[in-house]
Design a protein. Structure first.
Length: 275
Protein backbone atom coordinates (compact mmCIF):
# COMPACT_ATOMS: atom_id res chain seq x y z
CA UNK A 1 0.00 0.00 0.00
CA UNK A 2 1.39 3.36 -1.03
CA UNK A 3 0.43 6.16 1.31
CA UNK A 4 0.10 9.82 0.48
CA UNK A 5 0.51 12.04 3.52
CA UNK A 6 0.54 15.80 3.51
CA UNK A 7 2.09 17.69 6.40
CA UNK A 8 4.26 16.74 9.36
CA UNK A 9 3.80 13.81 11.69
CA UNK A 10 4.91 13.55 15.33
CA UNK A 11 5.21 10.06 16.82
CA UNK A 12 5.46 10.11 20.61
CA UNK A 13 6.85 6.74 21.65
CA UNK A 14 8.77 4.30 19.45
CA UNK A 15 8.23 1.10 21.43
CA UNK A 16 6.45 -1.99 20.13
CA UNK A 17 3.32 -0.36 18.74
CA UNK A 18 4.86 3.00 17.88
CA UNK A 19 7.71 1.18 16.18
CA UNK A 20 5.28 -0.97 14.18
CA UNK A 21 3.50 2.18 13.00
CA UNK A 22 6.78 3.88 12.09
CA UNK A 23 7.98 0.87 10.10
CA UNK A 24 4.63 0.64 8.33
CA UNK A 25 4.70 4.32 7.41
CA UNK A 26 8.18 4.05 5.95
CA UNK A 27 7.23 0.93 3.98
CA UNK A 28 4.10 2.72 2.74
CA UNK A 29 6.08 5.58 1.27
CA UNK A 30 5.80 8.42 3.77
CA UNK A 31 8.86 10.61 3.38
CA UNK A 32 11.16 10.27 6.43
CA UNK A 33 11.56 14.05 6.48
CA UNK A 34 7.86 14.36 7.32
CA UNK A 35 8.29 12.41 10.56
CA UNK A 36 9.60 13.51 13.96
CA UNK A 37 9.90 10.93 16.75
CA UNK A 38 9.85 11.85 20.44
CA UNK A 39 11.47 9.09 22.45
CA UNK A 40 14.42 9.56 24.82
CA UNK A 41 15.36 5.88 24.72
CA UNK A 42 14.02 3.92 21.76
CA UNK A 43 14.94 0.23 21.35
CA UNK A 44 18.17 -0.28 19.44
CA UNK A 45 16.49 -1.59 16.31
CA UNK A 46 14.19 1.45 16.20
CA UNK A 47 17.09 3.84 16.80
CA UNK A 48 18.92 2.17 13.92
CA UNK A 49 15.84 2.41 11.69
CA UNK A 50 15.52 6.12 12.39
CA UNK A 51 19.21 6.68 11.74
CA UNK A 52 19.08 4.66 8.52
CA UNK A 53 16.23 6.76 7.14
CA UNK A 54 17.33 10.09 8.56
CA UNK A 55 14.25 10.49 10.77
CA UNK A 56 14.54 13.26 13.32
CA UNK A 57 14.44 12.08 16.94
CA UNK A 58 14.01 14.39 19.93
CA UNK A 59 13.79 13.87 23.66
CA UNK A 60 11.05 16.47 23.99
CA UNK A 61 8.98 17.72 21.06
CA UNK A 62 8.19 21.02 22.79
CA UNK A 63 11.43 22.29 21.24
CA UNK A 64 9.76 21.78 17.84
CA UNK A 65 7.18 24.49 18.50
CA UNK A 66 7.94 26.08 15.15
CA UNK A 67 6.49 23.01 13.38
CA UNK A 68 2.79 22.70 12.61
CA UNK A 69 2.04 18.99 12.93
CA UNK A 70 -0.91 17.48 11.07
CA UNK A 71 -1.06 14.45 13.37
CA UNK A 72 0.44 13.73 16.79
CA UNK A 73 0.39 9.99 17.46
CA UNK A 74 0.47 9.14 21.17
CA UNK A 75 2.02 5.69 21.47
CA UNK A 76 3.31 5.72 25.04
CA UNK A 77 2.20 3.53 27.92
CA UNK A 78 -0.97 4.81 29.64
CA UNK A 79 0.81 5.26 32.96
CA UNK A 80 3.18 7.89 31.55
CA UNK A 81 0.61 9.75 29.46
CA UNK A 82 0.15 12.37 32.20
CA UNK A 83 3.82 13.31 31.90
CA UNK A 84 3.72 13.43 28.09
CA UNK A 85 0.66 15.54 27.36
CA UNK A 86 1.90 18.92 28.71
CA UNK A 87 4.79 18.76 26.24
CA UNK A 88 2.51 18.29 23.23
CA UNK A 89 -0.24 20.67 24.30
CA UNK A 90 1.37 23.58 22.39
CA UNK A 91 0.56 21.73 19.16
CA UNK A 92 -3.21 21.88 19.77
CA UNK A 93 -4.78 23.41 16.68
CA UNK A 94 -7.90 22.69 14.59
CA UNK A 95 -5.56 21.38 11.88
CA UNK A 96 -3.79 18.92 14.21
CA UNK A 97 -5.20 15.54 15.23
CA UNK A 98 -4.09 13.80 18.44
CA UNK A 99 -4.31 10.08 17.71
CA UNK A 100 -3.96 7.82 20.75
CA UNK A 101 -3.14 4.13 20.64
CA UNK A 102 -2.95 3.93 24.46
CA UNK A 103 -5.42 1.57 26.12
CA UNK A 104 -7.87 2.98 28.64
CA UNK A 105 -7.36 6.68 27.97
CA UNK A 106 -10.71 8.26 27.05
CA UNK A 107 -11.60 11.25 24.93
CA UNK A 108 -12.69 13.06 28.12
CA UNK A 109 -9.23 12.44 29.56
CA UNK A 110 -7.50 13.94 26.53
CA UNK A 111 -9.91 16.88 26.32
CA UNK A 112 -9.29 17.64 30.02
CA UNK A 113 -5.54 17.71 29.39
CA UNK A 114 -5.44 19.33 25.94
CA UNK A 115 -8.63 21.39 25.87
CA UNK A 116 -12.09 20.78 24.48
CA UNK A 117 -11.09 22.26 21.13
CA UNK A 118 -8.51 19.52 20.55
CA UNK A 119 -9.14 17.03 17.76
CA UNK A 120 -8.96 13.58 19.38
CA UNK A 121 -8.97 10.04 17.99
CA UNK A 122 -9.02 7.17 20.47
CA UNK A 123 -8.06 3.72 19.17
CA UNK A 124 -7.49 0.15 20.29
CA UNK A 125 -5.13 -1.82 18.01
CA UNK A 126 -4.20 -5.43 18.75
CA UNK A 127 -0.92 -7.29 18.92
CA UNK A 128 -0.88 -8.69 15.33
CA UNK A 129 -0.19 -5.05 14.41
CA UNK A 130 3.45 -5.93 15.12
CA UNK A 131 3.48 -8.02 11.92
CA UNK A 132 1.18 -5.74 9.91
CA UNK A 133 -1.85 -7.98 10.41
CA UNK A 134 -3.63 -6.15 13.20
CA UNK A 135 -7.02 -4.55 13.32
CA UNK A 136 -7.72 -1.23 15.00
CA UNK A 137 -11.03 0.10 16.27
CA UNK A 138 -11.17 3.91 16.27
CA UNK A 139 -13.43 6.64 17.62
CA UNK A 140 -13.13 10.37 16.95
CA UNK A 141 -14.53 13.32 18.87
CA UNK A 142 -16.81 15.79 17.14
CA UNK A 143 -13.98 18.20 16.31
CA UNK A 144 -12.57 16.01 13.55
CA UNK A 145 -13.10 16.74 9.87
CA UNK A 146 -13.75 14.04 7.28
CA UNK A 147 -10.34 14.73 5.72
CA UNK A 148 -8.61 14.32 9.09
CA UNK A 149 -10.47 11.07 9.78
CA UNK A 150 -9.42 9.74 6.38
CA UNK A 151 -5.83 10.74 7.10
CA UNK A 152 -5.86 8.89 10.44
CA UNK A 153 -7.46 5.87 8.80
CA UNK A 154 -4.63 5.75 6.29
CA UNK A 155 -1.96 6.03 8.99
CA UNK A 156 -3.51 3.20 11.00
CA UNK A 157 -3.76 0.95 7.95
CA UNK A 158 0.02 0.73 8.02
CA UNK A 159 -0.43 -1.93 10.73
CA UNK A 160 -3.59 -3.66 9.46
CA UNK A 161 -7.31 -3.12 9.03
CA UNK A 162 -9.31 -0.28 10.60
CA UNK A 163 -12.94 0.03 11.73
CA UNK A 164 -14.58 3.22 13.02
CA UNK A 165 -17.26 3.17 15.73
CA UNK A 166 -19.73 5.97 16.36
CA UNK A 167 -19.94 5.54 20.14
CA UNK A 168 -16.89 5.67 22.38
CA UNK A 169 -18.23 2.90 24.62
CA UNK A 170 -17.84 0.53 21.68
CA UNK A 171 -14.07 0.93 21.98
CA UNK A 172 -14.35 -1.04 25.23
CA UNK A 173 -16.36 -3.74 23.46
CA UNK A 174 -13.78 -3.85 20.66
CA UNK A 175 -11.14 -4.27 23.36
CA UNK A 176 -12.96 -7.42 24.46
CA UNK A 177 -13.27 -8.79 20.93
CA UNK A 178 -10.12 -7.81 19.02
CA UNK A 179 -7.86 -6.19 21.62
CA UNK A 180 -7.84 -9.20 23.92
CA UNK A 181 -8.94 -11.64 21.20
CA UNK A 182 -5.48 -12.87 20.15
CA UNK A 183 -5.01 -14.29 23.65
CA UNK A 184 -8.22 -16.33 23.24
CA UNK A 185 -6.88 -17.77 20.00
CA UNK A 186 -3.47 -18.51 21.53
CA UNK A 187 -5.19 -20.26 24.43
CA UNK A 188 -7.22 -22.36 22.01
CA UNK A 189 -4.03 -23.42 20.21
CA UNK A 190 -2.46 -24.20 23.58
CA UNK A 191 -5.42 -26.37 24.60
CA UNK A 192 -5.53 -28.08 21.19
CA UNK A 193 -1.88 -29.06 21.51
CA UNK A 194 -2.42 -30.33 25.06
CA UNK A 195 -5.33 -32.45 23.82
CA UNK A 196 -3.09 -33.94 21.14
CA UNK A 197 -0.50 -34.88 23.76
CA UNK A 198 -3.20 -36.42 25.95
CA UNK A 199 -4.31 -38.51 22.97
CA UNK A 200 -0.77 -39.83 22.45
CA UNK A 201 1.07 -37.40 20.14
CA UNK A 202 4.63 -36.37 20.98
CA UNK A 203 4.54 -32.82 22.35
CA UNK A 204 6.61 -31.32 19.55
CA UNK A 205 4.33 -32.75 16.88
CA UNK A 206 1.17 -31.76 18.78
CA UNK A 207 2.46 -28.20 19.12
CA UNK A 208 3.32 -28.01 15.41
CA UNK A 209 -0.06 -29.40 14.35
CA UNK A 210 -1.98 -27.02 16.60
CA UNK A 211 -0.02 -23.91 15.59
CA UNK A 212 -0.27 -24.66 11.88
CA UNK A 213 -3.97 -25.50 12.16
CA UNK A 214 -4.89 -22.28 13.95
CA UNK A 215 -2.72 -20.03 11.77
CA UNK A 216 -3.90 -21.76 8.60
CA UNK A 217 -7.56 -21.45 9.55
CA UNK A 218 -6.97 -17.78 10.33
CA UNK A 219 -5.41 -17.25 6.93
CA UNK A 220 -8.42 -18.89 5.26
CA UNK A 221 -10.71 -16.43 7.04
CA UNK A 222 -8.43 -13.63 5.90
CA UNK A 223 -8.30 -14.67 2.26
CA UNK A 224 -11.71 -16.22 1.57
CA UNK A 225 -14.98 -14.26 1.36
CA UNK A 226 -17.02 -16.75 3.41
CA UNK A 227 -18.24 -16.23 6.97
CA UNK A 228 -16.61 -18.27 9.76
CA UNK A 229 -19.88 -20.19 10.06
CA UNK A 230 -19.79 -21.12 6.38
CA UNK A 231 -16.16 -22.17 6.58
CA UNK A 232 -17.01 -24.37 9.57
CA UNK A 233 -19.85 -25.98 7.63
CA UNK A 234 -17.55 -26.63 4.67
CA UNK A 235 -15.19 -28.77 6.76
CA UNK A 236 -17.90 -30.58 8.71
CA UNK A 237 -19.09 -33.69 6.89
CA UNK A 238 -22.27 -35.26 8.30
CA UNK A 239 -21.40 -38.00 10.81
CA UNK A 240 -17.70 -37.40 10.17
CA UNK A 241 -14.76 -36.81 12.50
CA UNK A 242 -15.23 -33.03 12.68
CA UNK A 243 -18.93 -33.42 13.43
CA UNK A 244 -18.09 -35.81 16.27
CA UNK A 245 -15.66 -33.32 17.78
CA UNK A 246 -18.05 -30.37 17.43
CA UNK A 247 -20.78 -32.39 19.13
CA UNK A 248 -18.52 -32.84 22.15
CA UNK A 249 -17.76 -29.11 22.24
CA UNK A 250 -21.46 -28.26 22.13
CA UNK A 251 -22.42 -30.90 24.69
CA UNK A 252 -19.77 -29.60 27.08
CA UNK A 253 -21.32 -26.12 27.16
CA UNK A 254 -22.41 -23.29 24.94
CA UNK A 255 -19.21 -21.89 23.47
CA UNK A 256 -21.04 -18.85 22.11
CA UNK A 257 -22.40 -18.06 25.58
CA UNK A 258 -18.99 -18.59 27.15
CA UNK A 259 -17.34 -16.27 24.61
CA UNK A 260 -20.05 -13.66 25.20
CA UNK A 261 -19.23 -13.70 28.91
CA UNK A 262 -15.50 -13.49 28.21
CA UNK A 263 -15.86 -10.48 25.90
CA UNK A 264 -18.18 -8.77 28.40
CA UNK A 265 -15.64 -9.32 31.19
CA UNK A 266 -12.85 -7.77 29.12
CA UNK A 267 -15.06 -4.85 28.08
CA UNK A 268 -16.09 -4.18 31.68
CA UNK A 269 -12.48 -4.28 32.80
CA UNK A 270 -11.57 -1.82 30.05
CA UNK A 271 -14.24 0.58 31.38
CA UNK A 272 -12.90 0.17 34.93
CA UNK A 273 -9.33 0.91 33.88
CA UNK A 274 -10.49 4.09 32.13
CA UNK A 275 -11.84 5.58 35.36
Amino acid sequence: MTMSFNGKLLLVGAGNLGGALLGGWIDSGIEPGQIVVQDPGPPDHMANLMKQHGIARVDNASAQSQISFSVVVLAVKPQIMDAVLPGVKPFVDPDCVFLSVAAGKTVDYFEAALGHDAVIVRTIPNTPASIGRGITAAYANSNISSAQQQQCDQLLRAIGEVVWVDKEDLIDVATGVSGSGPAYVFHMAECLAQAGVSAGLPEGIAQKLARATVSGAGEMMHQLPFSPGKLRENVTSPNGTTAAALEVLRDSGDLAELMTRAVAAAANRSRELAK
